[in-house]
Structure formats: structure tokens, C-alpha cells
Design a protein around this ligand. Structure first.
Ligand SMILES: C[S@@+](CC[C@H](N)C(=O)[O-])C[C@H]1O[C@@H](n2cnc3c(N)ncnc32)[C@H](O)[C@@H]1O
Length: 221
């Protein structure tokens, strides 16, 4: 099964540099509709998840840019990339000198993409298929959360989990292009980047991606 997923990802993507983060190469797709259909056929599941893993999302792109400018945020530290998709944030953190990185996603194709993308960048990333949001936060120093606020149900689970992580002393970095469910009052803006994505995913190909930390416990804007 893992081998057929690998073959599927390789068949439906091209390995290429990420716009604005040219030093990172990912297996990326061009057409979300045709790939969604191919996933449905491959999995025999008409409700199969969108192939998020085949795109570099604006939130992840912003985190990648931030880590390139601020490697000290992760250097020598254990990084946990929540909702990792392609593994972009985990790979960017290893490029910035992280001691180790784990990319977690609920989609089996994402874990395959994370492994393939890590290998393509010559970086070691542990890929895990798991929904960690009902579990305790991981044994990590930094959690990266790129583009997690696009859906109410997911946002409602991510926020308390990130609170628990922050309360344990884990640094949290969030990347987001202004999605509807972003909990802005909880966050401190660290940086803004123009990020190039695709109109396959967004209304505009050029978005503003912001990187945030969480306010300390008990503090809101
Ligand atoms: C918009 S993509 C962002 C991917 C990547 N972080 C980036 O910025 O390019 C959101 C990802 O969240 C994943 N996801 C959704 N619910 C999740 C959950 N409960 N736990 C882990 N990942 C989840 C999806 O499968 C998808 O890969």
C-alpha cells in the first residue's frame, strides 16, 4: 500500500522549487480538480479528502520564509509540524538547523508526500499519520501550524490543543493568509510576507502570509 501511494504521488506531481523558497523542492501538482478525482478513483472513496499535500499553502510558505530569516526559532530544537501536508514547514525547519522534525497529518497521502519531499531535499523528517488533537501535546520544543484555520471544526480543535502546548512551554508558530477561523485575538504578529500560491487554491495568486506566535497564557489583545 505504501509503495502504491508512493507511485501515485510521483505519477501525479512534479518535483520543483517552491516559489519564494527556491531552496526547497516539493512534489507539487498543478490542477486540484483532476488530482482530487484521481485520489477518489485510487481510494475508491468519493468523499476522499482534497489533496492538500500536493500544494504549498500560503500559511506554510509564510512559516518557511520566517524560518529562513529567523533560523534561531528552531535551530537545535525539536520541531513538530502539525497538519504538515507536503511537509513544507518540517523541511524548512530542518534546513534552518532544527535538531529533528516530525510532520503529522491525518491523510495517508500526506505522510507519503512528506517522506518523498524530505528525501528530495536531503533532510530527515519523521512522517506520522495521526490525529493528535485529542492527545496531549508532543514532546517538542516548537510546534509549527501552517494553514490550519480554514475550517470551523478543525480550528475549534486546534486552538485548545495549541493552548495546552503553549502552557507547557512549547513555542508555537502559526502561518496564515487571513483564513476565516484564525483566532487573531490570541496571536502576536511576527512577520508578513507576499507569498505566491496558485488560483487553483486561492482567489489571488499573490497572498499576504503572516506568521504569529501565541500570546502568553491569560493575555489577549
Ligand atoms: C491547508 S493544508 C496545510 C498544509 C501545510 N501545513 C502547508 O501550509 O502547506 C491543511 C492540512 O491539515 C491536515 N489536517 C486536517 N485535519 C487534521 C488533523 N486533525 N490533524 C492533522 N492534520 C490535519 C490536512 O490533511 C491538510 O494536509
Amino acid at each position: 500500500m505504501a509503495a502504491s501511494r508512493r507511485a501515485f504521488v510521483l505519477r501525479h506531481t512534479h518535483l520543483r522549487s517552491v516559489p519564494g523558497l527556491e531552496e526547497v523542492r516539493l512534489h507539487l501538482a498543478d490542477d486540484v480538480m483532476s488530482l482530487t478525482y484521481a485520489v477518489q478513483v485510487e481510494t475508491r472513496d468519493p468523499d476522499a479528502a482534497l489533496p492538500y499535500w500536493a500544494f504549498a499553502w500560503a500559511g506554510g510558505l509564510a512559516i518557511g520564509r520566517y524560518l529562513r530569516e529567523h533560523p534561531e526559532a528552531v535551530a537545535g530544537r525539536r520541531v513538530f509540524d502539525l497538519a504538515s501536508g507536503s511537509g513544507l514547514c518540517a523541511i524548512a525547519s530542518m534546513r534552518a538547523g532544527a535538531a529533528q522534525a516530525t510532520g503529522v497529518d491525518i491523510d495517508a497521502f500526506a505522510t507519503t508526500a512528506i517522506e518523498l519531499n524530505a528525501r528530495a531535499n536531503g533532510r530527515r523528517v519523521t512522517a506520522m499519520r495521526r490525529d493528535v488533537l485529542d492527545a496531549e501535546p508532543p514532546d517538542a520544543d516548537v510546534i509549527l501550524a501552517g494553514d490550519c484555520w480554514y475550517e470551523a471544526r478543525l480550528a475549534a480543535r486546534v486552538l485548545p490543543w495549541l493552548h495546552r502546548a503553549r502552557d507547557r512551554g512549547i513555542d508555537v508558530l502559526i502561518g496564515d493568509p487571513g483564513r476565516r477561523y484564525l483566532p487573531a485575538a490570541e496571536l502576536v504578529e511576527l512577520a508578513t510576507y507576499d507569498v505566491r500560491t496558485t488560483t487553483e487554491l486561492e482567489d489571488l495568486a499573490l497572498k499576504q502570509g503572516r506568521v504569529y506566535a501565541m500570546h502568553p497564557a491569560g493575555v489577549t489583545a
